[in-house]
Design a protein around this ligand. Sequence first.
Ligand code: AMP
Length: 313
Amino acid sequence: MSILVIGTVAYDAVSTPEHNQRQSLGGSATFFSLAASYFAPVSVVAVVGEDFRGEDLAMLQGHQIDTRGLVRARGKTFRWVAEYGADFNEAQTLDTQLNVLADFNPILAPEARTPSFLFLANIDPDLQQSVIGQLQAKPRLVAGDTMNFWIQGKSESLSKVIGSVGTLLINEGELRMLTREPNLVKGARQVLQQGPRMLVVKRGEYGAICFTREDVFATPAYPLETVVDPTGAGDTFAGGFMGYLAATEDLGIENVRRAMIVGSVMASFAVESFGPERLQGLTPQAIQQRYHEFWRLTYFDGTGQRPLPIRGG
Ligand code: AMP
């Protein structure tokens, strides 16, 4: 099944303790689409400016990403300037230049109005809502993401979006900001009362946790010795997660658990290079192998029923 994604396509300028202001292609829709494209057909709805490079468009198309919904508008492409300190789990946004995003009004083509899987990647919640409003049939899964910029700047619009999605994927810090609840489990329960049936909390190097009303599942992040640039890890996680669900067409809880691992696999590749470089040249073997390594990393017992040698037990 195919996936429709609306999100940002950006030029990022990111500094880390080792690298000063590296410029690269970025944006929530970019990382998401690349990761998902390894599993399912993806169509992207986004806006870029006149400065958008032909080679970047060709790269996306080279991954069989349908870019007919990628509008080129007068002005400059959305730009994000950020830095990471020693803590790679949280980016400090130094500047957000909306540029062409400020006047973007996404219009879905008639054939794009009945997607099976819809991902509302991090972008202005009014645009996320506008896409929901244009749907002509209920998708099997609508998932969404957001970040501090919109939680602080457009909280009312964002509440409406959260009330309309089946699944919310969000960073741990942003969940705390959204719910004003320091305890993760209580915060998760709050979100699950607002509409979504599933909440995936992304926790950077600590992995991710999926909450539903019936189940909680946690995955670690892949322990990497060298993390070059964590930008896009969350969007890439979402791409692997949704891509796998769309490819398998199974939204059962066991399959969602596997999707959590696939998301973690794809995110582990994203952080190994600047921008989406590493995500561009993955082979099926490399993805499969890391999936296996995750299984080794997390497997500990066939049943979880093994009797423990508890004294007096
Ligand atoms: P992540 O590291 O997965 O949270 O996402 C990083 C990407 O989000 C970068 O490539 C940015 O271009 C993009 N981004 C940054 N700020 C915003 C924003 N306010 N709205 C949408 N996308 C953004």
